[in-house]
Design a protein around this ligand. Sequence first.
Ligand SMILES: Nc1ncnc2c1ncn2[C@@H]1O[C@H](COP(=O)(O)OP(=O)(O)OP(=O)(O)O)[C@@H](O)[C@H]1O
Ligand SMILES: [Mg+2]
Length: 243
Amino acid sequence: MIKYNSINVGFQGKMVLEDINLTIEDGESVAVVGKSGSGKTVLVKCLEKLINPASGEIEINKRRLSQMNKNEIKEIRKKFAMLFQNAGLFDSMNVFQNVAFPLVEHRNLPENEISRIVTEKLLQVGLFGIEGKMPSELSGGMRKRVGIARALVMEPELIIYDEPTTGLDPVIGMEIINLIKKMQKSYKMTSIIISHDLECVKRTAERVIMIHDKKKHFDGSLDSFLNSDDQEVKNFIGVYKNA
Ligand SMILES: Nc1ncnc2c1ncn2[C@@H]1O[C@H](COP(=O)(O)OP(=O)(O)OP(=O)(O)O)[C@@H](O)[C@H]1O
Ligand SMILES: [Mg+2]
């Protein structure tokens, strides 16, 4: 279980998030929505201590993040996979090396075992025979898949997808959405999906959190989000309905 208690985050004295209180239970699928620059990515980066809040406390399984030592933080980063907006692949490494990277870094495994896991995870995301390709040779959708495969090799408890469908055409976007759903089903892992894409939110999340004006503006079931009378929620839904 993840708990944000009165989290405030600012940069150079300018507040980005104020008084965020939030609980995410194990196995939940939660979408985080909000305008560009509203602090969605910052919100999830706090969870892995990539950004430190100015005040407040994050608890992970009842343990305070601020009191964890380096090794414990490392463990958290292994358990919580984060798929960055641009898929975050290393340009100088081929697909195999990218997917194998967390294993090489964190696990002491023989080469043939690493090779087996990499091939298995690539197959799970629908990729086959592209181990030798460089990221620059891949389409945006393929890069996202490789990013997901790389996240999966560590068998994470939680996976954070930051804009998984942004920049993809609708057909490829739908493939990524289906892949996220498949991951939710087969691994029962907790997922946090940051998205501008209403279709993606509708299909992957059971609960929606909206960040607006530095605050948690909305937090409720997908149904209550879609039927909300709140003007900001309606604006969000309206914009994407007509897009
Ligand atoms: N490391 C940083 N240093 C200074 N300012 C930052 C840093 N990271 C984020 N910010 C600022 O915090 C605000 C929120 O950024 P964030 O990336 O969380 O927005 P977002 O909601 O994810 O937007 P988008 O939808 O465009 O990805 C922005 O004003 C951004 O400039
Ligand atoms: Mg972002």
